[in-house]
Ligand binder design. Structure first.
Ligand SMILES: NC(=O)c1ccc[n+]([C@@H]2O[C@H](COP(=O)([O-])OP(=O)(O)OC[C@H]3O[C@@H](n4cnc5c(N)ncnc54)[C@H](OP(=O)(O)O)[C@@H]3O)[C@@H](O)[C@H]2O)c1
Length: 317
């Protein structure tokens, strides 16, 4: 089968395109013919060997996948060859992928393969942050940091669908796209006066919930607009794993600071099912671009340049 893979850590140029043996479904697994597989920020971490990840031998990148069932392994019931499905696994930037049956779900009729493939990693993370950890309620003020990113776009859409008043931060060129997803206002998070700009943009100058995935100084800055009793969920550290926290302010404000954690397989399956259901009724996931698998290097370049809003998806013919 055709696959996009890496052998050694490196830049997008280290990606190889070639023919590898197609996988076979072991017990509890489903073999899928891949139609669409999104490119995730974590794929670039694995390729570069950063964020504690490393390549150990030939590695097909990709986690999210939509396609059709080809065959099932021992003990798998409920799937028939030809079924349209969506799943979460590893090694999806290829023509075939095996997915644990527990992480493979019927593709909702409202989502085509490209939009469904956008959901698993980013959608389930946004769902967990917005619904499970922050417990966003109608009318609450929610600030989504890096709102143009994959997790950010889902977080905006989900919080908006739940009836929250949603605000975002992004590069200025992406603000209109974030507004179109449901944000009432968007602040440029590269401004040196980002805190003052947020205070001016937010009702009452503060928010009840922050969904954060950048880290570093931006994490410390946005915390300054979290209302007393507010909740912040950290679900990524794209820029920096470290941030400054004023413990006296934490004590006085009574904030709840949560990390997304490393949920087990059952929790991930639950989040994935809920995210697919929510995306099917909330709004179509934001797709920045699709590239044929053969152009995976171009797609990686674009992701690393952060020149996109939402999800970049690879397709196979
Ligand atoms: N723990 C989990 O289970 C989990 C799951 C999914 C994602 N994550 C993590 O969450 C983070 C966001 O994921 P994602 O898929 O949404 O990523 P993404 O699609 O690449 O979006 C990242 C966004 O961050 C913004 N940004 C701000 N400062 C940046 C900087 N210094 N470098 C690069 N981008 C910067 C960029 O937008 P602007 O151009 O507007 O600045 C970009 O839109 C990543 O760190 C990812 O690893 C964790």
């Amino acid at each position: 089968m055709l696959a996009s893979y890496v052998v050694d850590s490196g830049s997008p140029d280290s990606l190889r395109l070639g023919r590898l043996e197609a996988p076979t479904p072991g017990p509890g697994h489903v073999l899928m013919r891949v139609q669409a597989a999104s490119l995730d920020r974590v794929d670039t971490y694995i390729r570069r060997g950063t964020h504690g990840m490393a390549v150990t031998g030939p590695t097909i990148l990709g986690r999210d996948v939509a396609g059709t069932v080809v065959a099932t392994g021992a003990g798998v019931t409920g799937f028939t060859p030809g079924d349209a499905v969506v799943g979460l696994t590893t090694g999806t930037h290829a023509e075939y992928a095996v997915v644990p049956a527990t992480h493979c779900f019927p593709r909702p009729a409202a989502l085509d393969a490209v939009h469904a493939a956008a959901v698993p990693t980013a959608g389930r993370t946004a769902y967990d942050a917005v619904v499970n950890l922050a417990g966003v309620r109608p009318g609450e003020r929610v600030l989504v940091v890096a709102a143009a990113g994959a997790v950010g776009t889902f977080a905006v859409q989900y919080a908006h669908h739940l009836g929250a008043r949603v605000f975002g931060t992004s590069a200025p060129a992406k603000a209109d796209a974030v507004r179109a997803l449901g944000a009432l206002d968007v602040v440029d998070h590269y401004r040196p006066d980002v805190v003052e700009s947020l205070r001016a943009a937010l009702p009452g100058g503060e928010v009840d919930v922050i969904v954060e995935s950048v880290g570093g100084t931006l994490w410390s800055d946005v915390l300054k607009v979290l209302a007393p009793g507010g909740r912040l969920v950290t679900c990524g550290v794209t820029a920096d794993s470290h941030a400054h926290l004023h413990l006296g302010r934490l004590m006085v404000k009574g904030w709840t600071l949560r990390g997304i954690g490393r949920p087990g397989p059952e929790a991930v399956a639950c989040q994935l099912r809920e995210a697919l259901t929510l995306s099917a009724v909330a709004a179509a996931p934001a797709i920045a671009a699709t590239y044929p698998l053969e152009q995976a290097t171009v797609a990686h370049d674009r992701l690393e340049a952060s020149e996109f809003v939402g999800r970049i998806v690879l397709t196979t013919s």
